[in-house]
Design a protein around this ligand. Structure first.
Ligand SMILES: [Zn+2]
Length: 450
């Protein structure tokens, strides 16, 4: 396939904006970028996809999300509103994830995948929990991801909060799915896996050891860390160590481990993350919504920590997440010079791509260059001022909107064309999810503490 008539944002370093150039795609990769007339003349038999003057750029990457969270939308929490993050867990997330059966896990993932494709997010790191439907839940999600055609890194979040047996079942599910993946069971290489852990505050010493023993050497974990200060105090109470130091003791950290949030870590913990090459992901909309505070992202970057950005189950509108970070750190520090457009690009483009490269090592992600994966979106943006490589971060923050995404391509396969989904039936998926919602919410009401 050849993509023509686009303004190509390469996200190379430094980024360029190419005009009158065509992209030739072969075997899921960008095979060539060259003068449009020449590329077309040399490949007369290839299908041509006309970008009609739109911006053509790499698909967005979400470094931390929860597909299982779809049924939280519109849910009424009974009684007084949760007053802090521990109450949000107890009154919203824990009773909700218990309410999901296998069909709901599937329906929830499908809703989120529709959302991702429509909003131009082509790779997602999911962190899954469904304590009453553990065995096979990652297969169910993987099947939905395969049908959708995006890339996803999947795991099951192990926790002790539902007893020993379910903690063991969570460990088994991570291992079973990783083994299935390693056996080459998936026809396309768009699925990867890691080992999920909920958070230090719901994991015993024994279970952390069991998880480390179960996971292959050199492979990592995906875990929430210090989202709220209660995680730190729980860890100090259990082990005498702060969360990151406790995870280090159990050999959970490393260059394939993802730590979500890190809002309340201290300087020693940050040094530990930097020394071990552990990834941190920032989810500012979630942090603001839960009122948990602001992660010291600029400091973490200066300490050499690789920080990516995710949605934590909010809509997969990555530019919204970048914009939120851009605004949040300014108001938090009462300084408009903080968290610049370039910081947003560092997290959202370069670091998220580097994280994706760790899990999908066949080719480079997040850039439009020969040899990179052909994960591409078209953006129908008409700037009223000149758009240049230099001002692109601010054009995105103040001008781009995910509703401008008209076409989404992964590995050279078109998943959405001219805003029409080609792999998923949105109407059927939303109808199915909506039909199931009353039963999910009824079960939630039996689990929620009042
Ligand atoms: Zn999360």
């Amino acid at each position: 396939m050849i993509i023509k008539n686009g303004k190509i944002i390469t996200w190379d370093d430094p980024s360029q904006i190419l005009e009158k150039q065509a992209i030739r795609i072969a075997d899921g990769l960008i095979a060539e970028i060259g003068p449009q007339d020449q590329v077309i003349a040399e490949n007369p038999d290839l299908v041509q996809l006309d970008a009609s003057g739109q911006y053509v750029m790499p698909g967005n990457i979400c470094a931390h999300t929860h597909f299982y969270g779809a049924y939280a939308r519109g849910l009424a929490i009974p009684g007084p509103a949760p007053k802090d993050f521990p109450e949000i867990l107890q009154k919203l997330w824990w009773p909700l994830d218990k309410s999901l059966n296998m069909g709901d896990v599937r329906a929830s993932a499908e809703v989120m995948l529709v959302d991702a494709i429509k909003n131009g997010t082509t790779t997602l790191f999911d962190h899954h929990a469904s304590p009453n439907a553990i065995d096979g839940s990652l297969d169910e999600i993987a099947d939905a991801v395969e049908t959708a055609g995006v890339r996803a890194v999947l795991c099951y979040e192990v926790t002790d909060r539902d007893g020993k047996e379910k903690a063991q079942a969570g460990i088994r599910e991570n291992l079973r799915f990783q083994n299935r993946l390693n056996s080459g069971d998936f026809s396309r290489s768009r699925i990867a896996a890691t080992f999920g852990l909920h958070a230090s505050l719901t994991l015993s010493e024994e279970t952390l050891d069991a998880c480390r023993a179960a996971q292959s050497a050199g492979e990592g974990f995906h875990i929430h860390v210090a989202e709220h200060e209660s995680d730190e105090y729980d860890s100090l109470g259990k082990s005498g160590l702060r969360v990151v130091d406790r995870l280090a003791k159990h050999e959970i950290l490393g260059s394939k481990t993802i730590v979500a949030h890190a809002v309340h870590i201290d300087i020693k913990e940050a040094r530990n993350l930097a020394d071990t090459g552990t990834w941190v992901t920032h989810q500012p909309r979630s942090n603001m919504n839960n009122g948990v505070g602001v992660a010291p992202i600029e400091g973490l970057l200066r300490a050499g920590i690789k920080v990516g950005i995710g949605t934590d189950g909010f809509s997969h509108t990555m530019w919204d997440e970048w914009k939120t970070a851009y605004l949040l750190h300014k108001v938090w520090n009462r300084d408009p010079r903080r968290f610049t457009g370039m910081d947003a690009i560092q997290l959202g483009v370069y670091n998220n791509a580097a994280l994706a490269n760790k899990f999908f090592s066949q080719a480079a992600h997040g850039r439009i260059t020969p040899g990179a994966v052909a994960d591409i979106i078209f953006v129908d943006y008409h700037p009223h001022t000149p758009l240049t490589p230099g001002n692109l971060p601010w054009q995105i923050i103040f001008g781009f909107n995910e509703s401008m995404v008209t076409t989404t391509i992964v590995a050279g396969e078109i998943l959405m064309k001219d805003r029409k989904l080609l792999t998923l039936d949105e109407e059927k998926i939303t109808f199915n999810a909506r039909q199931r919602a009353p039963e999910v919410w009824a079960r939630y009401n039996t689990f929620v503490p009042i």
